[in-house]
Every structure is written in C-alpha cells, then in structure tokens.
Design a protein around this ligand. Structure first.
Ligand code: FCB
Length: 443
C-alpha cells in the first residue's frame, strides 16, 4: 500500500510547468442559498426521493461564508491552480443583468487566488441552471443556449484578466442524459426523446459562449470539460463489441465528436426521429469553434453486453470499487486518452477531474485514506503512461478539494482530499491531501 504519491523520475508530470490543482463546483460547496436565485438543484432536492439522504445545498460546506479560509487551505496544499464554478443564479438576475453582490463574491475569490499566485480555472456551468430558465423549458428550450451566451459575455467582461482558464460547461453528458433522459439528476425529466435535444442545446451554448470568450478574454485558455466512461465489451462476441461501440457513441463520442469533427456520431441515423435533436443550419459550425484545451474528467469504465430489446445493456461492475460503487480500473484512463488522441485532432488536455469516494473515518483528528492514495497513485501513473504514448496533457486536478454535496447521493459520499465535518464545518486535510501536497512540492 502506498502512503506517498510518486512518478517515474523522468516524468513530464514532475515538471514545474505541469499544472496541479484541486476542483470544486458552486452548488456542491457554497451554500449561501439566500444570496442567489433558486436553481434546478434546489427544486430537485426539495422533491422527495430524489436525493438519497434528503439533503440539499442550502449550507453545503458554507464556502459562501468560509471562502477566505478555504483559499488559505488551497494555498496550503501548494497547488498551482484551483478549478471552481460560477453559480449562474448568483451572478445574473432574472432580467439578465449582472447581480453586483454575486459578482463581487467571485471577484474577491479571484483576487485572493491571484494574490497567492494560484491560477483560476473557472467553469461557467456546473449544473446549477437558474430555475426561472427551467420554467421556460431549460435545456430543452433553444433560447437557453443564447441566455448562456449572454451570461458568459457579461461575466467574462466583469472578471477581466483574473481568469487563467474558462470552461464553458462541465460534463454536458450529465446535464443532458442524467438530467433530461434518465432523470436521476436535476431537473429530473425522463424520456429518450429529450436527452439528445438537451445535449444539442448544451453544445450550442458551448459554441456560442466560445465566441464571446475569445473576444472578451483572448488571453485565457478557453475550452470545455467533458466526462468519459469508456466502454468495454463483456465478451469478445461481435454482438457485445457492437453493443459497446453503440454505447460509447451514445454516451461519450456524442459530446466530443461535434466539437472536434463538427458532426454527431453516425448512430444518429439509428435513433428514432423523435429522439433526434433539431439541428439548425450553422449549428454544427458554432459547436465546432476551436478550443484552447479539452478538459477530461475520468473516474471509471463501464462494461456492456448486447441486448435483444435495447442497443446495449450495462452490466454490474466487478470488484474492486470505490465507496460509490464505481470500479477502479486505471488502465481505462490510459486507453481513453490514447484513443481520443488517435481519433481527434485535439488541443492540449487538462485532466479536470479525477478522484475517488471512500468510506473515510476521522479518528483522533486524522483521516488515513490509504485507499484513496492508492487510487490517485494508479491514476497518476495512467496519465503518465498516456503522455509516454504521445498524448499532450498539461495538468491534473484532484476531485475534490473537500468533501461536498455529491448530487443525488447527498452528503453520503466523500470525494475530498480534505475532510469536512458538516456539523462544525471544520476541515481536516486527509492523508491523501498531504500526499498530493508532497508530490506537488517535491517537483
Ligand atoms: C462528476 C462531477 C462532479 C462530481 C464528480 C464525483 O461527474 O462533475 O461534480 O460530482 O463527478
């Protein structure tokens, strides 16, 4: 078992230029719900049965009030960068104008990061859509993409040169599929006829926002964050292999191919017309706007088998898994990065999220999360292996800085490298956090 994080002596990941960071998202940590407009996650949390522990984001890690000490905490980890997201309903009023108090809240954080030489990686949309926009159809309404562009325009002008990198969206797959097809995330809409429509409007929103970001913030690294759960066939049978390829196109390539190839995967033709998005002339060119980077989030893989009724069936993952039930399979991380690099002509990649939920216990002021250190070690090695195979990776962000509201799992799953006691809001750096700090500092 590892207690230290190491990399091969000649690894590019030991260069001072390689960016190490920690990541969070607004709804998951901020609280301060009275100081912003309601978002779709507030509504979802208020709906009985949607969030496992019946919790919500009203207080979360109280980062709204504790941000100064949290920035000190981030600095104490020795990281180069901090990836945070902006709460759209905190910074934009229903009229579409900036809310100065909300903007100031982030300006203070960004200035504080700058004073500590920590690069700000800002994500504009990490799932907290203003509820008043959902009331108009949310991501099923094409107009939302233009509302997002206007928000991106106003906020990037307000932030000036404080931001090192902008990501338009975090994981549009989750917003579209989990939110508007499976219904297990906000806004909880269910139906195959909705997922790809929402996805198209999200991707359009990304492209429209890219247009304003390159204008307003030409010196920042502007791009998008996508998640990938690579598929593996259960057997080598042609049927399982084909089913897996379909699932991969449906869940993964659906979001990257339009951005880098300007078209959706060919399986579009196999979807019933009613499930297909309405694509206007010019949309694909907007979506394929060049990006400065691709953000890749990776946690696990999926295994598929052929199915008589559906295109594929996902089977239960084998051991070992993390506390959230996701299989630990770092080899898929290397294979994913290499395959994306083969398939597309990509800008540099940042690993914008990677990490593990573990059943942490705080004992005598210490969290000895050796299992999480093992996860990080094997996944850092996997990134190193991909770089060795020619993939250009410029940085790595641990998910997450601290334990937080894990969406439909509520506060039951802990992903932090810092432990949060939700009764006292006391933060304790876990063994993994100390190991991460040592890796970064010893370069
Ligand atoms: C990702 C999300 C992030 C976090 C991790 C565990 O899908 O982007 O907010 O919940 O999973």
């Amino acid at each position: 078992m590892t207690v230290k994080l190491t990399l091969p002596a000649q690894s590019e990941m030991l260069s001072k230029d390689f960016i190490y960071g920690v990541a969070t998202a607004s709804f998951q940590i901020e609280g301060g719900a009275n100081n912003r407009l309601p978002c779709i996650w507030d509504t979802f949390c208020d709906t009985p049965g949607k969030v496992v522990d019946g919790s919500n984001g009203d207080i979360a890690c109280d980062h709204y009030n504790l941000w100064q000490q949290d920035v000190e905490l981030i600095a104490s980890l020795g990281v180069d960068a901090y990836r945070l997201s902006i709460s759209w309903p905190r910074v934009i009023n229903e009229s579409g104008e900036l809310n100065p108090a909300g903007v100031d809240y982030y300006l203070n954080i960004l200035d504080s990061l700058k004073s500590k030489n920590i690069k700000a990686f800002v994500t504009l949309y990490h799932w907290d859509l203003p509820q008043y926009l959902e009331d108009e159809g949310g991501w099923l309404n094409r107009a939302t993409a233009y509302k997002f562009r206007d928000y991106a325009d106003k906020i990037s002008l307000a932030f000036g040169d404080r931001v090192y990198s902008y990501a338009t969206l975090n994981e549009p797959f989750c917003s579209a599929f989990l939110g508007y097809e499976a219904g297990v995330h906000a806004p909880g809409i269910v139906g195959k006829e909705f997922g790809k429509k929402a996805a198209h409007h999200l991707l359009l929103a990304h492209g429209l926002a890219m247009q304003v970001l390159v204008k307003n913030s030409p010196n920042s690294q502007n791009g998008i964050v996508l998640n990938f759960t690579p598929g593996y066939p259960e057997s080598t049978s042609l049927a399982d292999v084909k089913a897996t390829a379909f699932a991969d196109d449906y869940f993964n390539q659906w979001y990257i191919k339009p951005i880098f190839d300007g078209e959706y995967p060919e399986i579009m033709a196999q979807l019933p017309t009613a499930h297909q998005p309405e694509i206007h002339e010019g949309d694909m060119a907007i979506i394929a706007h060049p990006t400065d980077f691709l953000g890749v989030n990776f946690y696990t893989r999926a295994i598929y088998r052929a199915d008589a009724d559906e295109h594929f069936l996902q089977i239960d993952p084998p051991e070992p898994h993390t506390d959230i039930g996701w299989e630990i399979y770092p080899q898929a991380f290397t294979e994913l990065l290499v395959s994306l690099n083969d398939k597309y002509s990509l800008p540099p990649i940042y690993i914008t999220e990677n990490g593990a939920a573990m059943a942490d216990r705080l004992v005598d002021g210490v969290v000895n999360d050796i299992d999480r250190i093992d996860y990080y070690q094997s996944h850092l090695n996997a990134v190193h292996d991909a770089i060795e195979q020619g993939v250009q990776v410029s940085g790595y962000f641990a998910w997450s800085l601290m334990d937080n509201f894990e969406w439909a799992e509520g506060y039951l799953k802990r992903f932090g490298i810092v432990y949060v006691d939700y009764d006292t809001q006391v933060r304790t750096i876990k063994a993994s956090g100390l190991a991460y700090k040592a890796l970064i500092s010893n370069r």
